[in-house]
Design a protein. Structure first.
Length: 417
C-alpha cells in the first residue's frame, strides 16, 4: 500500500490559504474560518470505533501562531501515539491531569485572579475576590485541583452560611469560577464541586435577610411620574424613560438596563427576561420571567427604540451609544429619581408597587409576589399557576399603569387565587 503523502503545504500556501480545511497530509489540517481565523488541527479515527476525532494544535496566525514545522512535529507525535495503540486525546488529558497534580488551588486561583482583574469595574471588586480566595477559601489553597470534592467546598461555606450568607454565596460563586477555569485548561475533570447544584443539597436553608430600600409612598408616585415626563423634554430622554418604565413594570434596575430589543413581543405586549438575567442572591439558578406591559410601557419602548434596531441592541442606551450597543450607566436611573425624590431608590420602586397592591387592591398576595418575580410555592404549584397567573398579573400591571398616570387611586379587583 502506498504511503500517504506528507507535507503537502508550503509556507507560502499556508499564508495564502482561503476559508476551509487544507490538508498537509497525515491528519494535519490548516483550518481557515470565514472571518480569517486560522488554526491547526489533527484529525484521526478512534481505534475500535472508527469515530472521527480532532485535536487542536494551536493558532496558525502569522504572528504569534504555531509555525508549519512545529505543527508537523506535533502531528508526527500524535501519529506515533496512534501507532502504539493509544488515543492522542486521552494521552493529552492524562498529561494535563499529571501536570495538575503539581498545581494547588491557591496557585491557580492567584494566577486566575490576575488574569481577570482587568475586567473588574467596581473599586473594591479585586479586593473582595482576593479576600474570598485567600482568606475565606484558605482550606482549599494547599489542595491539588483534581482532589477538591463537594465536601471540601462545603467545609469552607458551612461556618459562615447561616451568619454571613451573602458572603458565603459570593465565596461559593468565586470558587466555582476558579474551578471552572481549571477545567477549561484541562487541570481537572468531572463535575464542578462548587456549583450551586452541587452544594444546595448539603447546606441548610438560610433565613432571608430583610434589606430595606428607601421608597416613596405610593400616594407620591403619580407626581413623580408627572415630573419625569416633563423632564423628557429638557433632560436625557433615555434615562427618564427608563426610570418611568422601571416604575411601571416594577422590575429590578439591571433587568431593564440590560433589556435587549429581541426580548420584546409588541404583538403580545410581553417582555420576556432571560433566565440568566434573573439570577439573584435568593434565586441563584434563575428562571425566565414574563412581564406583561401596559399601554404606557409599550409607548415608552417605542419612543426609546429607533426603527430597525438590532435585536441584540439594548433598548435603553448609554448616553454616548448611538448604536444602542452599550446600556445605561449603573446609577443613571437612581440619580434621575433622586433629583425628584431624594429619599427614593430604584429598588424602592418595587416596594412602593407592592405596598400599593396590598393596600389598594384585593389581588391575591401570590399574584403580587409573582409580579415581582418572587418565588411562590414549590415547582409543582408554580407550574399549575403559570397559565392563569399571567392573565391576572396583566390586569394588575394595567391598573398600576393607570394609577401612576393619576387616573385612579382606589382600585376595585375581585379576589383571585
Amino acid at each position: 500500500m502506498a504511503r500517504r503523502q506528507l507535507h503537502k503545504l508550503s509556507v507560502k500556501e499556508v499564508k495564502a490559504a482561503g476559508p476551509g480545511y487544507h490538508s498537509d497530509g497525515g491528519g494535519l489540517y490548516l483550518q481557515v474560518g470565514s472571518g480569517g481565523a486560522r488554526s491547526w488541527l489533527f484529525l484521526y479515527k478512534e481505534r475500535g470505533t472508527g469515530k472521527r476525532k480532532e485535536l487542536g494544535l494551536g493558532s496558525a496566525a502569522e504572528k504569534g501562531g504555531v509555525a508549519l514545522a512545529d505543527a508537523r512535529k506535533s502531528a508526527e507525535e500524535h501519529r506515533s501515539t496512534i501507532a502504539e495503540g493509544k488515543d492522542p486525546a486521552g494521552e493529552r488529558k492524562a498529561k494535563a491531569l499529571a501536570a495538575a497534580s503539581a498545581v494547588t488551588f491557591g496557585e491557580f486561583a492567584d494566577a486566575f485572579l490576575e488574569s481577570i482583574k482587568g475586567g473588574f469595574k467596581g473599586r473594591n471588586t479585586h479586593a473582595d475576590w482576593k479576600r474570598d480566595l485567600e482568606v475565606k477559601a484558605a482550606p482549599l489553597r494547599p489542595m491539588m485541583l483534581p482532589d477538591i470534592q463537594p465536601e471540601h467546598v462545603l467545609a469552607v461555606l458551612s461556618p459562615m452560611w447561616l451568619t454571613l450568607n451573602r458572603t458565603a454565596r459570593e465565596t461559593r460563586s468565586r470558587i466555582e469560577r476558579v474551578l471552572e477555569a481549571a477545567d477549561a485548561k484541562g487541570l481537572r475533570t468531572g463535575r464542578n464541586p462548587a456549583t450551586w447544584k452541587a452544594q444546595k443539597p448539603l447546606l441548610p436553608k438560610a433565613k432571608k435577610s430583610k434589606r430595606h430600600h428607601a421608597a416613596a409612598h405610593y400616594d407620591d408616585m403619580p407626581g413623580i411620574v408627572k415630573v419625569l415626563r416633563t423632564k423628557h423634554k429638557t433632560a436625557d430622554t433615555a434615562v427618564n424613560l427608563a426610570a418611568e418604565y422601571i416604575i411601571l413594570t416594577a422590575v429590578r434596575t439591571g433587568e431593564a438596563r440590560f433589556m435587549k430589543a429581541k426580548e420584546i413581543n409588541f404583538a403580545k405586549k410581553l417582555w420576556t427576561i432571560p433566565a440568566e438575567r434573573m439570577k439573584t442572591e435568593d434565586d441563584p439558578e434563575g428562571n425566565e420571567h414574563e412581564v406583561p406591559l401596559c399601554d404606557r410601557a409599550i409607548a415608552i419602548l417605542k419612543m426609546a427604540m429607533p426603527k430597525d434596531l438590532d435585536p441584540e441592541a439594548y433598548v435603553f442606551a448609554g448616553q454616548w451609544s448611538r448604536d444602542h450597543m452599550k446600556p445605561l450607566g449603573m446609577n443613571a436611573v437612581l440619580h434621575a429619581l433622586q433629583k425628584i425624590y431624594p429619599a427614593m431608590t430604584t429598588h424602592g420602586c418595587r416596594s412602593t408597587f407592592r405596598d400599593w397592591a396590598g393596600d389598594e387592591t384585593h389581588v391575591a398576595r401570590e399574584i403580587a409576589e409573582m409580579a415581582l418575580a418572587h418565588k411562590v410555592g414549590d415547582d409543582t404549584e408554580l407550574a399549575y399557576r403559570r397559565a392563569t397567573a399571567l392573565k391576572k398579573r396583566r390586569e394588575l400591571m394595567e391598573m398600576w399603569g393607570r394609577y401612576v398616570e393619576g387616573e385612579s387611586n382606589v382600585v376595585k379587583l375581585a379576589a383571585t387565587g
